[in-house]
Design a protein around this ligand. Structure first.
Ligand code: KG4
Ligand code: ZN
Length: 333
């Protein structure tokens, strides 16, 4: 039997999870509400909140899984990419825990873990599969050849898809994080109400900064005619924005599927919680006869279950790190 403790602290969620033989028994997430009033994640506040949350979060994960801490066989932690100070809290905790208990330490790449969240539950994709990984910091199309053999086929040249949602939300005076709020308003709006440009980017790369500017100009222009424009048209604006972000993402994914001939198509990361993206991907999957894989909501945004499951796969191949390991703000796949 292999019991893995997973720790996630790369951004603004402190999370701990217990995985036993590849099955998740707990996934406790402490969200940091403090950032909302600043309109974005404040790194120093995130580090302090992680310090306060980490021990109670781990204790709750152990309690929920109904195990004793002496039964844990290895500790997996997010090494990067992410905010350095935030990563440092999880890394230091994991190192101390492993040292005190004399058990192996496993480093996990956060972006790989988002993808490996697909191995938490059935149905699981088969290798090789394509994964559109969309979070607050990343937008990538990844060819996943094996658990830890991943090739980035395309990525954003400027903002990430989550950033496009959050920065647009700021223009629309919605609080941080704006992605889920745009999603909510979009459900009552007309996606064709406002025409927004689709950037013309070569290959499988993305760009979202032009879209953000186009939205800003559109809102400024409309507000000249009607100062209450946003109040009166929020749902339609959100639906149009969301529809454009989703079409930018899915057009490239379609291109990648065509170029590689791969039929198992997955999405991962915080933006894969978006209802428009989920709906359109399913529709596209039917049209092109893809096998589509969409994670459960709780495994889309940052969580430690994905770290524990990635750690479990590394545990099986004895892929451990020493006590000299440190966090990496930038970490390649
Ligand atoms: O993966 P994640 O939790 O953290 C990072 O690693 O970045 O992703 C967070 C991002 C934020 O930009 C948030 O606005 C976005 O995911 N997000 C959404 C939705 N839920 C979360 N964006 C659009 N629609 C949603 N329903
Ligand atoms: Zn993430």
């Amino acid at each position: 039997m292999a019991v893995i403790l997973g720790i996630e602290s790369s951004c603004d969620e402190t999370s701990a999870s217990i995985c036993i033989d590849g099955e998740i028994f707990s996934n406790v997430i402490a969200t940091q509400a403090i950032h909302a009033k600043y309109g974005g994640v404040v790194p120093e506040l995130a580090s302090r909140a992680h310090q306060q949350n980490i021990i109670p979060t781990v204790e709750e994960a152990i309690r929920t899984a109904k195990i004793h801490k002496n039964q844990i066989d290895a500790v997996a932690f997010t090494r990067g990419p992410g905010l350095l100070g935030a990563l440092l809290v999880g890394t230091s905790f994991a190192k101390s825990f492993a040292l005190a208990r004399n058990i192996p330490l496993i480093d996990v790449n956060h972006m790989q873990a988002h993808i490996l969240a697909h191995f938490i539950e059935d149905p699981k994709p088969t290798f090789p599969f394509l994964c559109l990984t969309v979070s607050g910091g990343h937008t990538q199309i990844v060819l996943v050849k094996d658990y830890f053999e991943m090739e980035i086929l395309g990525q954003t040249l400027d903002d990430a898809a989550g950033e496009a949602f959050d920065k647009t939300a700021k223009i629309l005076n919605l609080p941080y994080p704006g992605g889920p709020l745009i999603d909510k308003h979009a459900q009552n709006g007309n996606p064709d109400a406002y025409k927004l440009p689709e950037p013309q980017i070569q290959g499988l790369d993305f760009s979202f900064s032009g879209l953000k500017t186009a939205i800003l100009y559109m809102v400024q222009k409309e507000e000249k005619a009607d100062p209450d424009f946003l109040k009166n048209h929020m749902d339609d604006v959100c639906a149009s924005v969301q529809s454009r972000i989703v079409s930018i993402l899915l057009n490239k994914l379609k291109k990648a599927a065509k170029e590689t001939g791969v039929k198992d198509i997955a999405i991962a990361g915080g933006v894969s919680a978006n209802s428009g993206l989920r709906r359109e991907l399913l529709a596209m999957g039917e049209r092109y006869k893809w096998n589509v894989f969409i994670p459960k909501f709780e495994y889309c945004t940052d969580n430690a279950a994905m770290i524990a499951i990635a750690g479990y796969q590394k545990y099986l191949i004895n892929d451990f790190v020493g006590q000299d390991v440190g966090p990496l703000a930038r970490m390649h796949m």
